[in-house]
Design a protein around this ligand. Structure first.
Ligand code: DQA
Length: 140
């Protein structure tokens, strides 16, 4: 199977910002490990990150027929982007929502996700391993 790991706003700073929350590994390092993990299981994965909401919507739209699943960490857009929510609802490719931190143990505004209702599932709170668990969920 072929998957897309899609990261949204500020995730390009992973490894440099709030390391006590998001860890010290860069997004590129995590992506490299994810690619190896998928390959070990006979799957392939492509990566994209953008700070722009419209780019994320375009990638979701273009995923139709191209990928078997999307692992999506939309960053702060999770909490208010109806545009990303509608893009997910518009395609048949399943999306698993991911967060590295336990958003329920943080600020109040992080407790609500407008994306979860249109996602296949949600994995959060396991640091970089949230991405691994989300990917794995597609072939278990
Ligand atoms: C995050 C949680 C969001 O609330 C936050 O805005 C992020 C990262 C996470 O991976 O824990 O940028 O999605």
């Amino acid at each position: 199977m072929k998957f897309l790991v899609l990261n949204g706003v500020n995730l390009n700073l992973t490894g440099r910002r709030e390391k006590e929350i998001y860890g010290g590994e860069t997004l590129q390092e995590i992506e490299k490990e994810l690619a190896a993990f998928a390959e070990e299981h006979g799957h392939s994965v492509e990566f994209f990150q953008s700070n722009w909401e419209g780019d994320l919507c375009a990638y979701i739209q273009e995923a139709e027929g191209k990928y078997d699943g999307i692992v999506l960490n939309a960053g702060a857009y999770t909490h208010y982007s109806y545009a990303i929510r509608d893009a997910i609802a518009a395609v048949s490719v399943p999306v698993v929502e991911v967060h590295m931190s336990n958003v329920h143990a943080r600020e109040e505004f992080r407790r609500n996700s407008v994306l979860t209702p249109v996602c296949k599932g949600e994995i959060l709170g396991f640091g970089k391993y949230s991405y691994f668990l989300a990917l794995e969920s597609f072939w278990l």
